[in-house]
Design a binder for this molecule. Sequence first.
Ligand code: ATP
Ligand code: MG
Length: 424
Amino acid sequence: MPIRSQIRPAAVEIIRRLTQNNYEAYIVGGAVRDLLLGRTPKDFDIATSATPEQVRAVFGRGRCHIIGRRFKLAHVFAARDSYYEVSTFRRQPTADERCARDDDDGVVIWSDNEYGAIEEDAQRRDFTVNALYLDVIGDRGIIDFTGGLKDIEQRMVRTIGQAETRFTEDPVRMLRALKLVGMHQMTLAPETEAAISRLCGRIRQASVARLFDELLKIFQTDCAGAILQTCRQHGLLSTLWPGLASIWDKPPGRIALGMLQARDRATKKGDYSTSRALALATPCLPYVMNILRTHDNGVFPLWDSTMNKQCGHAIRSFYDGFVLPHVLTARIRAMILMVPPLAEGVQIDYLAQQPDYKYGRELLRLLVESCRWDPALMQNLPEPGQPATSGAGRLPRKRRRRPRRPRQPEAEPAAEATMPDASP
Ligand code: ATP
Ligand code: MG
C-alpha cells in the first residue's frame, strides 16, 4: 500500500488547511521512517513553515495550543483527546546565538526556537532516517536532504553532521540512536558508534526530566527488552540506569529482562495494559524482591511491618537518577507487594477487590512466564472484576512451603528462578 494512503485523515486535513493558507506542511520524522520500515507509526508529526502563532491563527485558539519553551510548538486538536504536534521549520542556532542564551534546559541544550527553511530544518534533526519529509498534498513525494532514504534501505542509524558534536550538543540523542537500533534491528554508522562509545558516560549531562521522558517512551514500545539490551551492549546502561545495570548479569537481572520480553510479546499482541506504573514496576519487581528477601531462602519475602517502607526505598534505589514522582512510587509499590500473596494464594478475595489487582496479577503473569513456572498458577486467579474461585493462585507445591529462616547468617543461595542474591 502506498505510504501516503496510510497517513491518518486528520493529519492530512491539518496539512491541507495549512497549505490552503499558503504555508508549506509535511509529515516528518518517526512516522515517515516507520512507514518506510513497514511499521505502524505511533504518531504523525507535522513540520510547517508557519510559526506557532500563525498555526494558531489558522486553526483558532479553541483547536490549537502553543506549548514548550525550549522548543515551542503547536498542538492541533483533531478530537477532544487527540492532537497532532505541528513544529515550525528550524535552523541550527549560530555560535553567537547559542552563547547569548540563558534559558538552557540542562547543561548542553540551548533554546531551539530559531526558525528557518525546510533544508535548514532537516540539518538540525538528529538522524538521517528521522529527517524525511512526506508531501501528502503536493507531488514532491518523500523529500530527502540528508541521505535518509539510503540509510533506511541499509537500516543504518547515522547522525546528521559530526556525531561527536551532535551528541555533545544533546546527549539524549545517544539514547535515541540506540532506541532505533533496538527497535528496528538497525546498525550504527561507524562514526556514530565510535562517538557513542566515547561519550556514553556523558548521558547524565542531559536533564533528568528528559531522560525519564525517554525511558517512559521506551516502555511505550513493544521492544523495551531489545532497546535496553542495546544500551547495555553499547555501554550506555551503567550511566543511564545504574539500578538495572547493577543486576543485569545476575539472576534478578535475567528475570527482569525475561519479564520485559514477555511484556513486549504481550504488547505486540495488544494484550498488555498501557499503565506507566505497571511498565515501571515490571523490571523493578525482581530487584525489589531480591532486596526484601535478603535474609530469607524462600521465593518471596515473609511479610513484616517494615515491608512497605523497605519496598518504597528499594524502588527509589532502582530508579536512582530518574525523577520518580511520589504518586508513581506508591502505585509501583502497591502492585509489587500484591505479587507474593497472589502467588501464594493468600487473601485472593480481598486482593481481587483492590484497584491495582489487575496490575499485580499482570506482574505475576510476567514473572511466571519469565521464570517458567507452571502457568496453572494463573488459571485460578479471577479475571479482574470477577469473583474469586477457590484455590486461586498458589505457587506450585514445591514452592509453596513457607520459607525457613536460615540458621547461619550466610544462607545457601536459592535456586535460579527464586531471585537469589545480587546486591544493588
Ligand atoms: P517516535 O516513534 O518515538 O515518536 P520520533 O523519531 O518521531 O520517534 P519524536 O520524539 O516524536 O521521535 O521526534 C520527532 C522528530 O523530531 C524526530 O524524528 C527527529 O527528526 C526530531 N528530533 C527529536 N528529538 C530530537 C533531538 N534531540 N535532536 C534533534 N532532532 C530531534
Ligand atoms: Mg514521533
